[in-house]
Ligand binder design. Structure first.
Ligand code: HEM
Length: 132
């Protein structure tokens, strides 16, 4: 991860995160990717969840910019086998849904922006996943 990636990602997220539709589309893609994932959100207030995710992605972006991993470790705990029991392989579907949604919403999205996202937030996602 380098500063350039995190600047690219920060700006890309800035072009997307003010739109509620971005988060609606993210959960459509994410829940559309697996029946099991859809089932996990059966009783979830999705409007509240969209706001929580807006903040969660910001935590990943800030981690790429050098913020401590305390908040991500807390997310790792809530998603672990003693919490929501989110299986490690599901994070790949999460990242795919995010990249699909970014491609749809960020007018400047291209392969180099996509790679910057993956390099920048990969370590933060691993931090959450590892807590399983
Ligand atoms: C809740 C972020 C990956 C399923 C949450 C919350 C945040 C969040 C901020 C609310 C705070 C909390 O309860 O701790 C993220 C981030 C992810 C990620 C940043 C990727 C790195 C996943 C994956 C799944 C998932 C892969 C499922 C396959 C859930 C569920 C809840 C939740 C079921 C609780 C919903 C409820 O309250 O009903 N997530 N999450 N998350 N997340 Fe994630």
């Amino acid at each position: 991860m380098n500063r350039v990636d995190s600047d690219v990602v920060f700006q890309s997220y800035g072009r997307c995160c003010n739109s509620e539709q971005f988060f609606i589309d993210f959960y459509d893609h994410f829940m559309g990717s697996s029946e099991e994932i859809r089932a996990l959100f059966r009783n979830t207030d999705m409007s509240a969840q969209r706001h929580l995710l807006r903040n969660g992605i910001m935590q990943l972006v800030l981690h790429a910019r050098g913020m401590s991993d305390t908040k991500l470790k807390a997310l790792g705990e809530s998603h672990s086998r003693s919490g929501y029991n989110i299986r490690p392989e599901w994070y790949d579907l999460w990242l795919s849904a995010l990249l699909t949604t970014l491609r749809q919403h960020d007018p400047e999205f291209d392969d180099s922006v996509s790679q910057a996202w993956q390099r920048a937030i990969g370590p933060g996602i691993d931090c959450i996943r590892r807590a399983y």
